[in-house]
Design a protein around this ligand. Structure first.
Ligand SMILES: Cc1cc2nc3c(=O)[nH]c(=O)nc-3n(C[C@H](O)[C@H](O)[C@H](O)COP(=O)(O)OP(=O)(O)OC[C@H]3O[C@@H](n4cnc5c(N)ncnc54)[C@H](O)[C@@H]3O)c2cc1C
Length: 552
């Protein structure tokens, strides 16, 4: 009977565990290694921010797991549950809708952490995370689209400002690197957009503490701040992001930065699946012994960002790639020691240092106690990460891309891979307009929570036609009659809606005649309903009874 080692997660922790296992168990056929990951590639996250500017190609930051791990069986699935009692892992269904289970003798938890916007008003709907390749690609495409739209937006100055304002929340390594790359990119390509001016661009970095890069020594963090400011990044320190809408980053204290691009690299939260496991945990991370096994659970190991690992000096290992790689090697050794017999190792890595890129040939680094900043740190950053990339082919590709980047302008291609925006959830803040009278009717809305006022502007006066609440629809009139919006819809409270594009609604209405009839009846009822009151300010409006509905 073969011993089966199952590794959950194909990031730094998981892939480097499996790589070390393959090496240690070479020539033996009494074991099996299985690795479960959502994607069939390993992402080299330290270089992910460079995908925004296109300094390196999209596929250059990833390596196919099958090629990295030829002796490992890759399960391209989502891990749905772990049954610690029965020593089984439940995976999501594939082509056939049945659950897929794999048994294990040894289990390595390497699922990383997540950027979790739950509970933060409007962030799940409107903030862009930055964690994987899809996020980087989506951000790059979105930024290019904003520049293109702004370049031809001549009528609406407010919209143009929103399109040219880019907000990044989180001043740790990833937030700083994203802001730096984004800033470099939009400024480098600006000359390709006729009519856009340098002074119109705003890249804002929000950070809740007194200085960015809290993991770094203060002089280096201050260097990074000066460098970013000089390049045009607006730093907003001691500033917390409180909420988001489709057009604004709402700060704690109520200030709104009007923008169509909000990236948030915070908060980093424990993986939900790890949270559900009945294992000892600290702040949502699985506590391991010095040998990286979970206390009281022989054969269950944890590495990387989902593990709470102690360093030899008694501190907690930080969530970095360099630690995850070394933890993977220790776990592999200890699993093999359990299978074959022999002494186990304790995790004894203290860290080599910290490095953060500031874009544009500048970085900060603290290596073996030596502090570096500027070009030298940047050169070191690139050399170290290039040498750490798995596989010579990938290294060669990245080195060529970096060399070409020194002489060629950044690529500007926008890949439209995601299709159109279908049914989606949106969040709005009080006073914000969902749509404005006179605009084209492009979407239909169902209120999930909150209330809106339907307001018509006529002869210089505003008339509130209705107040609508949860379970009610709005926006159907312009869609059914193929006309422009005949009223504005403004939020009276924080609002969450489900919105459906006109095309999708058209398909539903064509194939579900009953639905079409209901909406026609609703439109007729709304057209016949009297206005609620004639007011100027929406807060003066009393809630009408349920029979009064929107006329839009
Ligand atoms: C933008 C960015 C830049 C960074 N820069 C640096 C740097 O310069 N230096 C440094 O040392 N560290 C850096 N880090 C941190 C470093 O990447 C992490 O510490 C490291 O990736 C942790 O490895 P891990 O294996 O624990 O998690 P991850 O690498 O995140 O891997 C987790 C894997 O599990 C998979 N997964 C998760 N849930 C499931 C599920 N339910 N089913 C199937 N698969 C699942 C994910 O798809 C992923 O492949 C950076 C991180 C980011 C986001």
């Amino acid at each position: 009977m073969k011993a089966r080692i199952v590794v959950l997660g194909g990031g730094f922790g998981g892939v480097y565990t499996a790589l070390a296992l393959e090496k240690l168990l070479r020539g033996r056929d009494d074991f099996e290694i299985a690795l479960v990951n959502r994607e069939n590639y390993f992402v080299f996250q330290p270089m992910l921010p460079e995908v925004i500017s296109g300094t390196i190609g999209i596929t250059d930051v990833v390596s196919p797991i099958r090629r990295l791990l030829p002796r490992t069986t890759l399960h391209l699935r989502d891990v749905e549950a772990v049954d610690l009692e029965r020593r089984r892992v439940v995976l999501s269904p594939g082509f056939r809708p049945h659950a897929h289970e794999i048994e294990y003798d040894h289990l390595v938890l390497a699922l990383g952490n997540v950027t979790d916007f739950r509970g933060l008003s409007g962030l799940p709907e409107h903030a862009m995370p930055f964690k994987n390749l899809g996020d980087a690609l989506a951000l790059r495409n979105h930024v290019i689209r904003c520049l293109a739209e702004a370049a031809v937006e001549e009528h609406d100055a407010e919209l143009r400002r929103e399109l040219l304002t880019f907000v990044v929340a989180g001043g740790g390594f990833s937030g700083v690197e994203v802001a730096a790359e984004l800033n470099d990119f939009v400024r480098a390509v600006l000359s390709n957009y006729r009519g856009l001016r340098r002074e119109e661009l705003r890249v804002v970095l929000l950070h809740s503490q007194e200085r960015i890069l809290p993991e770094m020594a203060e002089p280096l963090a201050l260097f990074a701040q000066r460098m970013l400011t000089r390049r045009g990044v607006e730093l907003r320190l001691k500033t917390r992001l409180a909420a988001a809408t489709g057009t604004a980053a709402v700060l704690a204290g109520g200030e709104r930065i009007m923008t169509r691009t909000l990236v948030s690299t915070v908060p980093s939260s424990p993986h939900p699946l790890i949270e559900r496991l009945a294992l000892p945990k600290a702040k949502g991370r699985v506590i391991t012994t010095g040998e990286l096994e979970v206390d009281g659970h022989p054969g269950v190991w944890a590495v990387g960002d989902c593990a709470q690992v102690m360093t030899p000096d008694g501190a907690t290992a930080p969530p970095t790639a360099q630690h995850a790689i070394r933890e993977g090697a220790v776990v592999a050794h200890n699993i093999v020691a359990s299978l074959r017999g022999g002494p186990r190792k304790a995790f004894a890595f203290k860290g080599l240092g910290k490095m953060g890129s500031l874009g544009h040939r500048s970085a900060v680094a603290e290596v073996f106690g030596v502090r570096l900043s500027g070009f030298l740190a940047w050169w070191l950053w690139r050399t170290v990460y290039l040498m750490k990339m798995p596989g010579w082919g990938r290294r060669l590709k990245v080195a060529v891309a970096w060399t070409l980047d020194l002489v060629l302008p950044p690529d500007l291609i926008q890949l439209r891979v995601g299709g159109t925006r279908g049914l989606s959830r949106e969040h709005y803040e009080p006073g914000q307009e969902v749509f404005r009278q006179g605009e084209l009717g492009d979407r239909l809305y169902l209120i999930l929570s909150g209330e809106v006022d339907v307001v018509r502007e006529e002869g210089g006066a505003s008339r509130v036609l209705a107040r609508l609440g949860p379970g009610q629809w709005f926006g159907e009139m312009a869609i059914l009659q193929m006309t422009i919006r005949s009223a504005s819809v403004r939020c009276a409270t924080p609002l969450d809606v489900l919105s459906l594009p006109r095309e999708e609604f058209g398909v539903l209405a064509t194939h579900l005649p009953d639905l079409r009839q209901r909406f026609d009846a609703l439109a007729a009822e709304r057209q016949a309903a009297p206005a609620v009151s004639t007011v100027v300010a929406p807060e003066e409006v009393a809630r009408p009874d349920a029979a009064v509905s929107a006329r839009e």
